[in-house]
Design a protein around this ligand. Structure first.
Ligand SMILES: [Zn+2]
Length: 273
């Protein structure tokens, strides 16, 4: 069964219960399965995704990660995915602006296809983020609990100075904050961090397939850089995703500065310790 409804009085029910197995029992308890659509985004819990997304976007705005309406975040909780809208100032997002989608979707999430929603905001002009199929890559391929997309200048500069297929850096303390594949165990100081870079496209959704292919080619990658554009990063929890984003951004920034100063960024390959 699938439903796509909106409106304060509309009722919703869970879209698809067939994918649940024993491992999902915890999620069954977490995710509400019936109620009004606005109840999906109304909560006194500050850690409810509909409250977290506006708070995190405000923080990311001040970091320059989601300015000019670019960038965004999505949080998955159980069988629900919460999505920040496009078409709104990122530091002024409200819980009522949040889209809620069922996970998984009734059909494969691809670029330029329609999605099924449990809730859409009533305010006119708000659109589902064009990042949705890219966030879905992180949910499907890495079982991520959240995905953050930044337009950080540090990420963009890294893609300009590293002209090949990967950004690489070694011998930095902050590498220890990065998780294998984004959701596995954390790396060691002695590990070299490798972040794949894909080429940008005029339309965000058209990055979906190349991101998917690169995530499969580099299963240990904790994020995907998009040349002249930014970063997609995910994690095992929303907190873990935020940590990954902070550590990666730090490493892009210091890597760029070191490279511009002629210092060895990756002594594991280049020498120069
Ligand atoms: Zn973008």
């Amino acid at each position: 069964m699938s439903l796509s409804r909106q409106g304060s009085n509309a009722q919703y029910t869970r879209v698809d219960a067939q994918h649940h197995d024993d491992d999902d029992d915890e999620y069954e308890n977490e995710a509400r399965t019936e109620g009004t659509v606005d109840e999906l985004v109304e909560s006194d819990d500050p850690e409810h995704p509909a409250n977290l997304i506006p708070e995190l976007c405000r923080g990311f705005y001040t970091l320059g990660w989601v300015t000019g309406t670019g960038g965004g975040i999505s949080i998955k909780k159980g069988n629900l995915v919460y999505l920040a809208p496009s078409g709104v100032q990122k530091e002024r997002i409200l819980p009522s602006h949040i889209f809620v989608l069922p996970y998984p979707q009734p059909s494969v999430v691809k670029a330029h296809t329609e999605r099924t929603f449990l809730r859409k905001p009533k305010q006119e002009g708000l659109k589902e983020s064009a990042c949705t199929p890219l966030f879905w890559n992180a949910f499907d391929l890495r079982s991520a609990a959240a995905c953050i997309h930044t337009h950080s200048q540090h990420a963009v500069m890294a893609t300009l100075l590293w002209k090949g297929e990967t950004f690489e850096i070694s011998h930095q303390e902050m590498i220890k904050g990065i998780r294998l594949g984004g959701t596995g165990k954390t790396l060691s100081y002695l590990d070299t961090l490798v972040v794949p870079i894909i080429e940008n496209t005029p339309h965000e959704e058209d990055l979906t397939d190349s991101m998917n292919e690169m995530m499969k080619k580099y299963p240990d990658a904790a994020g995907i850089l998009v040349r002249r554009h930014g970063l997609y990063v995910w994690g095992p929890t929303w907190q873990g995703t935020k940590t990954q984003a902070e550590c990666l951004d730090y490493l892009f920034e210091i890597g760029v500065k070191m490279k511009l100063m002629g210092l060895s960024v990756c002594p594991a390959k280049e020498g120069g310790l």
